[in-house]
Design a protein around this ligand. Structure first.
Ligand code: C2E
Ligand code: CA
Length: 463
């Protein structure tokens, strides 16, 4: 009896223990699951993170994955200035609010991710056609553009989106990620940053070309390969030469002529523009000194300055030292700066403009009337001249709107005591209109194309 009783108790204990173990295992599994879930989530937004994106993509492209899907790479434009100016805690709140907006896209078909600082991704599974994806991209823009309030501030963001399709573009997850990134980069480097683009094989060719130019620039022998051309600037009223613009030309020993429109943006992106800009300024300085001294004139040399250069205080110091050392009169020099400088923090650009103005160097705003055109900064900054964009001059003779804009620019400039120069003037009709509107100066093929110094001398200086 005792034996049987013991056996029964042992069995009961065993059963109890087994039950306990089963329960503990279940709990452990749950904890593990939670842990897995947490490691797949981004802490700030609660969205899935990059780690999970990779894992998810692996599943989707596997043998029993889906038929098709689209990967959208999304980068918030101009988020960095928010972090820089308002601090990281405000920046984090903006990102959390953005994350909330993305979570509204969560559905069995659509999965949003936060994959880095201000980078997000969305995967759309089993889409019907490209229109469906475009629709979703449009909705993302709509949602993102709504103002974000982080008391006491309100921010409005835009985004650049690159899209790649599986299996159309690629079968491999890493290649798909790279393609989506390339398409996004293409949007970022275009005029319309608040846009989306589907990946295109041509983008790769463009990137390869860019890398090639970057490499060639790094190895360029400036004095052998670069040259300055000069294009005259004339006073409209008395048709006298007032100055010239220095335009860089690059003749590569093997690749031939490479246009500044092609290599200057790359030089800007890589920072090489600082070095190139110094070469340009040095050569333009000695040229204008030579001309003004040998012809007893007071012509102005316009030099293009990239926003990256003007932001660099070292460049301004270099400019001042160089001019003093070479005995270059400040009134001989004009710096052409594009409207995009208005995007640089106002107080620092104000100081730089004031400093240049005190030195006696004049400042022209290049390509005026396109792009940013925030009229407020013209009043705020020490500016001498507005250079009306070729784009407007091109259509001035037949487009009423262009004519009205140019008229408004000239009136406003004269009210503010600024000079105006029109760029890209090719025809007598355009010249007549500009003269009537009261534009002060012109530059364009009508008076002369950019040419090497010896030719410039023959055409415009030796009378
Ligand atoms: P930009 O400063 O707007 O220069 C004007 C461009 O328009 C020049 O092209 C010039 O050759 C062209 N142009 C002038 N008049 C006419 C015209 O009547 N008709 C036509 N069809 N074109 C005209 P380019 O020399 O190819 O320069 C392109 C851009 O490259 C410049 O645009 C400027 O942004 C940049 N660039 C050129 N040289 C330098 C430089 O030394 N430094 C920097 N940072 N940028 C430069
Ligand atoms: Ca220019």
């Amino acid at each position: 009896m005792l034996d049987r009783l013991m056996l029964k108790t042992e069995k009961e204990i065993n059963e109890y223990l087994e039950k306990q173990i089963a329960e503990r295992t279940k709990e452990l599994n749950l904890v593990n699951q939670n842990l897995e879930e947490i490691s797949n989530r981004d802490v700030l937004t609660g969205l899935y993170n990059r780690r999970y994106l990779i894992h998810h993509l692996e599943n989707l492209v596997s043998a029993n994955g889906v038929e098709n899907f689209a990967l959208l790479y999304i980068d918030a434009n101009r988020f960095k200035p928010i972090n820089d100016s308002y601090g990281h805690s405000i920046g984090d709140k903006v990102l959390a609010a953005l994350g909330n907006r993305f979570s509204e896209f969560c559905s069995p078909k659509c999965t949003p991710f936060r994959i880095g600082g201000d980078e997000f991704a969305v995967i759309i599974e089993n889409y019907v056609d490209k229109f469906e994806i475009s629709d979703i991209a449009d909705k993302i823009f709509e949602k993102l553009q709504l103002p974000i309030s982080v008391s006491p501030y309100t921010f409005t963001l835009t985004a650049s989106i690159g899209i790649t399709l599986y299996p159309e573009d690629a079968l491999d997850k890493d290649v798909l990620i790279r393609y989506a990134d390339i398409a996004m980069y293409e949007v970022k480097s275009s005029h319309h940053k608040n846009n989306y683009l589907f990946f295109d094989k041509n983008f790769i060719e463009k990137i390869n070309k860019k890398h090639e130019i970057e490499f060639l620039l790094q190895n360029a022998d400036y004095n052998k390969e670069f040259m300055l051309f000069y294009q005259p600037q004339y006073n409209i009223e008395n048709q006298r030469l007032v100055g010239m613009e220095a335009l860089i030309r690059w003749q590569h020993p093997e690749k031939g002529f490479i246009s500044p429109s092609e290599f200057i943006p790359i030089a800007e992106e890589t920072g090489m523009i600082i070095h190139i800009g110094e070469w340009v300024a040095e050569n333009a300085f000695s040229q204008i000194k030579k001309w003004n001294e040998s012809y007893s004139m007071n012509l102005k040399m316009s030099i293009n300055i990239s926003p990256i250069q003007i932001k660099n205080i070292g460049f301004i110091e270099w400019l001042q030292e160089k001019m003093q050392a070479e005995n270059i009169h400040a009134e001989w020099i004009d710096l052409e700066i594009t409207e995009s400088v208005a995007m640089i923090s106002t107080s620092s650009i104000e100081k730089i403009f004031d400093f240049l103005n005190e030195m006696g160097i004049s400042i022209s705003i290049d390509d005026f009337g396109t792009g940013y055109s925030s009229l407020s900064y013209i009043r705020k900054y020490n500016i001498d001249r507005l250079k009306i964009a070729k784009e407007l001059i091109d259509t001035i003779a037949y487009d009423e709107n262009a004519l009205l804009i140019v008229q408004a620019i000239i009136m406003m400039a004269s009210g503010l005591n600024l000079k105006t120069i029109s760029e890209g003037v090719e025809e007598t009709e355009q010249l007549a209109i500009l003269k009537k509107l009261g534009c002060n100066e012109v530059q364009g093929y009508i008076f002369g194309k950019p040419v090497p110094s010896d030719e410039f001398e023959k055409l415009h200086l030796i009378k």
